[in-house]
Design a protein around this ligand. Structure first.
Ligand SMILES: [Zn+2]
Ligand SMILES: [Zn+2]
Length: 394
């Protein structure tokens, strides 16, 4: 795929790949990444980094360059897997039923481990400090979520001048960097509804308050609400992702449970939509006779890239990948990311590393067939190293 520099020696590249496959085989959910933490710690120790535990199952490690004082640059990876059953036939497929690395965090972690190995031999030419952050629990509310926030609360970003993080992204051409200043990932509201009606015999709907009928109407009203509230380029999405109800074909159930998410590119719009969802709940209760327990709450804030850190990332990425492989096309994304907490604490830059499928034929992140592309280990580590050198080279 024509990445110009060969940063990783054949031996290191093979070891980083083996680490990635080992993490993939043993996935762990948010705040349960004990084995993953131990494996990463072992790798870091073997390459001269003294890692300490943070945020429960996370790690941080810092080393100073020997060329004098300078800023502190932090590089962040995420450790957790998702509650999904893996459907691949990979030789290193998950051995934990119902848990799998389907977002590529096994790859992100291995990229930063490869970087740690390279840095071990390059500290003599650097000033300042490099801090490596491995955060637990990036994935959303269903998985605990918010490890990035805990990292910040426990001081993992204290003294950091700039923080950088990446995500592999199957929607962008392989090995290309996509980055913008300002909002790069959306803010999220988490939605959960329990619709309570009155159940009964399927043959007598007139004696029931049907929560399924109310739920269907509710979903349609929410989708209409977004269509009529967000103008051209307004930047918001609402999706209902779970709808559970009923036990048999001849029973009208007494409740339905729905969950979903709102993603928006600015706080005001997100809050306005959340308020309208609350109004839609009241309207549903009044028009159908159901009662609704509603959770409409802010989850991750938007990821906002700092101009200075983004300028540095762009410059570094162009240097190692070439001008034609760095752009802002396709951004911002409606996905949410808890790197947001780090980028709110200190100036930061979050970028996407294309995984090579612009037309969407291969499975994207969170699909049961998804697998991280090992060919991204090299460019991922190379871009991070270039950022560090841009900031800390003597
Ligand atoms: Zn994910
Ligand atoms: Zn992810």
């Amino acid at each position: 795929m024509g990445v110009p520099s060969k940063l990783l020696s054949p031996d290191l590249a093979a070891r980083a790949r083996a680490l990635r496959h080992d993490l993939h085989r043993h996935p762990e959910l948010g705040f349960q990444e004990r084995r993953t933490q131990a494996k990463v710690k072992e790798w870091l120790t073997a390459h001269g980094w003294d890692a300490r535990e943070v945020a429960g199952t996370g790690l941080m490690a810092e080393r100073a360059g020997s060329a004098g004082d300078g800023p502190t640059i932090a590089i962040r990876a995420d450790l957790d897997a998702l509650p999904i059953r893996e459907t691949t036939e990979l030789e290193y497929r998950s051995v934990h039923e119902g848990v799998a690395h389907k977002c590529g965090h096994d790859g992100h972690t291995s990229i930063v481990c490869a970087l740690a190995a390279v840095l071990d031999t390059r500290l003599a030419s650097l000033r300042g400090k490099v801090r490596l952050l491995f955060q637990p629990a990036e994935e959303g509310a269903t998985c605990g979520g918010g490890g990035g926030r805990v990292m910040v609360e426990e001081g993992a970003l204290d003294g950091v001048d700039q923080v950088f993080g990446l995500h592999n992204w199957p929607g962008f051409p392989k090995g290309e960097v996509r980055v913008i200043t300002g909002t790069v990932m959306a803010q999220e509201h988490r939605l959960a509804f329990t619709i309570r009606g009155r159940g009964g015999h399927a043959s007598e709907p007139q004696r029931c308050v049907d929560p399924i009928a109310a739920g269907v109407r509710f979903v349609q009203s929410l989708y209409a609400l977004v269509a009529r509230s967000v103008g051209l380029g307004g930047g918001a999405v609402l999706s209902i992702t779970e709808f559970h109800a009923g036990t048999a074909n001849n029973i009208i159930p007494d409740r339905a449970q729905l969950t979903g998410t709102i993603r928006s590119l600015d706080d005001a719009l997100g809050e306005r939509l959340a308020e309208q969802v609350r109004h839609a709940v009241t309207a549903l209760e009044q028009s159908t006779g159901v009662t609704v327990d509603a959770v409409v709450e802010r989850a991750y804030p938007a990821v906002v890239n700092d101009p200075g850190a983004t300028g540095r990332l762009e410059r570094a990425a162009r240097r190692v990948l070439g001008d034609d492989r760095v752009s802002s096309e396709g951004l911002p994304l409606a996905a949410a990311e808890d790197f947001a907490y780090m980028a709110a604490a200190v100036p930061g830059c979050y970028f996407l590393l294309g995984a090579g499928d612009p037309v969407g034929v291969t499975p994207g992140c969170h699909h049961p067939d998804f697998d991280f592309d090992d060919e991204l280990l090299e460019p991922g580590a190379a871009v991070f190293l270039a950022v560090i050198e841009d900031a800390l080279a003597r």
